[in-house]
Design a binder for this molecule. Structure first.
Ligand SMILES: [Zn+2]
Length: 347
């Protein structure tokens, strides 16, 4: 098996053996069995042969500073299988520290960006100026009891973190994840082109965007166009607005507590997602909600649970989980953008 998880020593030996103990970039004597993608980004340590590269001191430093890219390193070795942590996206290019590298030359901060050692090495590499303050909305893992898991989906390891904690449960709306900054509105991928379904939210943003602090982002669901569920009077799920806000992140990439989020919603005059429950985690509440989901007509996608307290971007997949109803067709890849728009309806 080429890409089985190795222990630390076997990883080192196997990487050196494959590369003949020579730096894969310059052919000098290799001193480091380098992790192409940082091991801390992997839940299992990332000791996979195809995530390793033998490097000399100079090229090791360049790889850590990210001036030598993961793509360069894989190409030098001839690695075809890109090993990435399970919560990463296969169609996205990352630097060593899990920051996203966009085709336009800018980078998007990842979960280790604020880490002190990462800051230091990126500064040494003189690449901090390449970063935009736009951040990709993280992938929401499924709750272990979510019936709508698809092949590409990820599941939370456990939900013990919710026990005894104050949580918020809200409806999961079937729209397009959207982030509003003071200078720009972005869809999830950050690189998506303009689409008529985004105009309504852009017009709304023109009215409140100037109140968003620099480096902060207001995240919500753009509900203008039908994706899989049609929100309409006939279906009994007509909308209050085409933009439902669900979280606000500050310039340190902290997601504000739910209480603070509500205060900001009032200030910005935005509608927040419909809340099913706000209180201490209670399994009876969850059971009741699951029954309701299964019994209700096919006009709800599911629900999302988050910890009510504030949390950092790097905690997201442990403190936030979704329940998606069985047979719900998810449109994560934007296929709906190529279809003719069917407008959702307001109440
Ligand atoms: Zn070298």
């Amino acid at each position: 098996m080429k890409n089985e998880l190795l222990d630390r020593d076997t990883f080192r030996e196997s990487v050196f053996k494959r590369d003949g103990h020579l730096c894969v970039i310059c052919g000098e004597h290799a001193i480091d069995a380098h992790h192409i993608i940082e091991r801390r980004l992997f839940p299992d340590g990332g000791y996979y042969l195809d995530n390793g590269a033998s490097l000399c001191e100079k090229h090791h430093l360049e790889a850590e500073m990210t001036t030598l890219t993961c793509v360069d390193i894989r190409e030098a070795i001839g690695i075809k299988t890109v090993v990435i942590p399970p919560h990463f996206y296969e169609d996205v290019e990352y630097d060593k520290w899990g920051n996203q590298m966009l085709r336009n030359g800018t980078r998007v901060k990842g979960e280790l960006f604020d880490d002190e050692s990462v800051q230091k090495i990126l500064k040494a590499g003189n690449v901090l100026s390449e970063f935009t303050h736009h951040v990709k909305y993280p992938r929401t893992y499924h709750l272990p009891w979510s019936p709508g898991m698809n092949r590409d989906d990820r599941m939370m390891n456990d939900t013990n973190i919710f026990r005894g904690q104050k949580i918020m449960i809200c409806e999961k709306l079937d729209g397009e994840n959207t982030s509003c900054y003071t200078d720009r509105v972005t869809a999830r991928s950050l690189e998506t082109s303009s689409h008529p379904s985004r105009n309504w939210v852009k017009n709304l943003w023109a009215q409140f965007g100037y109140n968003i602090p620099v480096g902060w982002r207001v995240c919500g669901e753009n509900m203008f166009a039908k994706h899989a569920i049609h929100y309409s009077k006939a279906n009994g799920n007509a909308l209050e607005t085409y933009f439902y806000m669900f979280s606000i992140w500050d310039d340190k990439n902290m997601c504000l507590s739910w209480d603070e989020t509500l205060e900001w919603a009032e200030l910005l005059e935005l509608t927040t997602v419909p809340v099913y429950y706000y209180g201490v985690y209670d399994i009876d509440v969850i059971t009741e909600l699951n029954d309701k989901m299964e019994d209700s007509p096919n006009n709800i996608e599911g629900y999302v649970i988050r910890l009510a307290r504030e949390y950092h971007y790097s905690e997201f997949r442990d403190v936030c989980g979704k329940y998606v109803r069985k047979n719900h067709v998810q449109n994560n890849h934007g296929h709906w953008t190529t279809q003719k728009i069917t407008k959702n309806e307001l109440k």
